[in-house]
Design a protein around this ligand. Sequence first.
Ligand code: 5AD
Ligand code: SF4
Length: 474
Amino acid sequence: MSEKYIEAKTVDADVAPYLDIADSVAKIHKKNGRADTKKPKYFVQTFGCQQNEADSERLAGLCTAMGYEKVTTPDEADLILVNTCAVREHAEKKALSIIGQYKHIKDRNPSLIIGVGGCMVTQEARANKLKMSYPYVSFTFDTGAIHTLPSLVHNALTGGARKFILSDEWKINEGLPLTRESNHMAWLSIMYGCNNFCSYCIVPYVRGRERSRRAEDIIEEAKQLIAGGAKDITLLGQNVNSYSGGDGCDIAELMHKICAIDGDFRLRFMTSHPKDASDRLIEAMATEEKVVKHFHLPIQSGSDRILKEMNRKYDTARYLEKIAKLKEAVPDVSITSDIIVGFPGETEEDFLGTLDILEKVRYDMIFSFIYSPRNGTPAARMENQVPHEVSTERFERMLALQNKISDERNRRFEGRTLRVLAEGVSKNDPSMLTCRGDCVRPIHVKADPSLIGSFVDVKVRKVETFCLEGEILG
Ligand code: 5AD
Ligand code: SF4
């Protein structure tokens, strides 16, 4: 792992004072004899989606600016930050359980500071729960208050009262430093928030309204990344299809501009909403060599009645039309989707509609979820909540079908030579490297770790449902 600290070139007026406080925190540590070899340590635990991973890199950047050094286990840390998710109940339970376990570390080390941020604690009830039931948590901060971390740490370090921030103020906050997890793979946030209010989803309530970063700031960051060795850049946002970066710059134009930057790199984007996925975006994928031929286009359900109840603003016919256009423009495209089973009122017939979509689209991979009621969303108040056993049974049936389709889809790569990025050492076999390219499945090869971060040509020898195996050519 080669994490990297990057300072932003543009700093918003609202952010600058917090960077000064970060300096003050670093000075306190220095005064306490904690500089250079004895630096205080931070540990960030991240739950949830790529947006949270990107936010955690901002939290890590602020920790670096405050003079902390990263550690990989919480036991060694002087500052633990938990970046939570709220999209399903399971994610919240997991975060609360981990925070519960941190009490033992705090008991052993009373000067430890524990802070909790992210979507879970952007809900008042959850922030209150942490305040009342987790007295060893020093502070919580909502998703709009990431930039205030230095003042929260400063307050805790100097003996101030516990703080529970619910600012409900979601801006862009340009200028936060980043400590990136990887040098060769990078998240690049292009927008924040969501305006869609799908009836099951908590995100618009915990991440605020849609706001796009200025195109010039994104391009500057992309240039910096590429100059620093980034080979795989993912443009991030809750719905990147509605990106609007000023002067009519949409997602397609932004991608053309980034692809025009000199360098050997690949560009991805995540995630899309079918109602906004434009022909221009499909064309950008078709014509730009640097754009990875993978389109993640969540359908959520294959029943028009359920899509309406979900407030998705498209029907299956319109969705399939987009898929047809995409397949025509990019013949070898890999398509993936998010699907929810057991949405309130989902009948067997509705569910069969979803299976039908899997057969028609033939996704390379799906991310499937059992519906989880989220307090405050319209769907949680709907009648006809589907019993868990029914959802689970449908979920299993859907997975079995999709595994068969994935298996068949993967076979098209057998014997082919693919240009892929060696991402890192395989988690299952340390003698193998995990590589990725247009194909959404990881490709494992026996190779020297010195190749990590380079593009390699791999001949695919073996194809399985969840991964491929190959050998490096040349
Ligand atoms: N229950 C289950 N899945 C959900 N998602 C969002 N909200 C819920 C929920 N309440 C899924 C959607 C979304 C993905 C990121 O998470 O499929 O696309
Ligand atoms: Fe949630 Fe829908 Fe927004 Fe995606 S588009 S974040 S599912 S509300």
